[in-house]
Design a protein around this ligand. Structure first.
Ligand SMILES: NC(=O)C1=CN([C@@H]2O[C@H](COP(=O)(O)OP(=O)(O)OC[C@H]3O[C@@H](n4cnc5c(N)ncnc54)[C@H](OP(=O)(O)O)[C@@H]3O)[C@@H](O)[C@H]2O)C=CC1
Ligand SMILES: Nc1nc(=O)c2c([nH]1)NC[C@@H]1CN(c3ccc(C(=O)N[C@@H](CCC(=O)O)C(=O)O)cc3)C=[N+]21
Length: 298
């Protein structure tokens, strides 16, 4: 294997430590950043993520507000909670865990959240601010990927970047961030013709599709940096009853060609939660008219 493995877990720990330092300072001034996480229904995977987020929030010294609502919660009741959180000065960030039950709409839910507290960066306002190059709250996973890329490559100007996947949560904001860094950006998706050939152009290859091991080693340009965002959970081949996580990239073969690659787990995933905390800190600083934390925004 040739590639260096990008340790997202260690990098995320560093981000969280930096966030904790800022939080301690703010607390000295009587301000405690607060994050509210809303979970509707009882999806087991979501429960695990929400528990992770709660622990990480408390660990950096922030206030964590967890709101678990039953699966049959009406839109009116969900919106009433969001309205209360929007108005609560102790809450600086609001995240509604997705997916929400069928009878609710993610789009309408996101639209209800005050854009200044939209730490997922999903609102039309934040997406528009990012696209026009203005100060936004940026979706946590792309922000985490950008931090890893800057750390590894420094200046990204002129690099060929290919983003596979075009979701509002990841692909689109990732492409916007790379464009802002002066990359030449290609967005690929399910209708892209000859995806392997498109991927082979990339100095920076980012895969966020949700198809286990789709990106093969011969899709990777020698020396490229490969960021694997995809997460597929499947039964563990050796441990009955257990599951394991698989990325969108076939790790062994891609690592032969790449100069650097993120693993799954331990790559992008931990950065998502670290950046959620960073965004909450950023939203808190903005709410109080204070300077933003350096190195923790886009
Ligand atoms: N590590 C982390 O923190 C996070 C991980 N994820 C993971 O990233 C993955 C993507 O998430 P998300 O963006 O929300 O997913 P979506 O399902 O919203 O989007 C998937 C994208 O992949 C494209 N796609 C599907 N099949 C193919 C194919 N055969 N070839 C090329 N492109 C294809 C789709 O194209 P089209 O638009 O044409 O349908 C779509 O744009 C998932 O595995 C998810 O679990 C997501 C968020 C955070
Ligand atoms: N409103 C909303 N915003 C999100 O950002 C959001 C969401 N809903 N719903 C679900 C997806 C998925 N997601 C992940 C977060 C952390 C890890 C993570 O920490 N992964 C670890 C492994 C964790 C494990 O072992 O299960 C890793 O890759 O190393 C993964 C995925 C955020 N999402």
């Amino acid at each position: 294997m040739a590639a260096e493995i990008i340790d997202g877990k260690a990098f995320a720990a560093d981000v969280r430590a930096r966030v904790a330092g800022h939080v301690a300072q703010l607390k000295g001034q009587g301000i405690t950043p607060g994050l509210a996480v809303v979970l509707v229904g009882e999806d087991p995977a979501s429960e695990v993520y929400v528990a992770h987020k709660h622990r990480a929030t408390v660990e950096v010294g922030m206030a964590s507000f967890e709101h678990k609502l039953p699966a049959d919660t009406s839109e009116a009741d969900l919106f009433a909670l969001i309205d209360r959180l929007n108005a609560d000065p102790n809450v600086h960030g609001i995240l509604c865990q997705f997916p929400v039950p069928e009878h609710l709409s993610e789009r309408r839910t996101v639209a209800r959240i005050d854009p200044a507290k939209d730490v997922d960066g999903l609102s039309v306002t934040n997406a528009g601010l990012l696209a026009t190059g203005e100060r936004a709250l940026v979706s946590c996973t792309p922000l985490g990927c950008l931090m890893l890329l800057r750390d590894r490559l420094g200046d990204l100007s002129g690099k060929e970047a290919v983003v596979v996947g075009r979701s509002n949560l990841f692909g689109k904001p990732m492409a916007q961030l790379l464009l802002q860094e002066n990359c030449t950006v290609t967005m690929a998706h399910s209708r892209t013709q000859d995806l392997p050939e498109v991927c082979r152009r990339a100095d920076i290859l980012v895969a966020a599709v949700g198809r286990a091991e789709m990106v093969r080693g011969d899709w990777v340009k020698p020396g490229a940096t490969v960021i694997d965002v995809g997460i597929t959970r499947e039964p563990h081949p050796d441990k009955p009853g257990k599951t394991r996580l698989i990325g969108d990239v076939h790790f062994e073969s891609a690592a032969e060609a790449a100069a650097a690659i993120t693993p799954v787990p331990g790559g992008v995933g931990p950065m998502t939660i670290a950046c959620l905390l960073a965004n909450t800190l950023t939203a808190c600083c903005r709410a109080h008219g204070m300077p933003e934390p350096e190195g923790l925004t886009a």
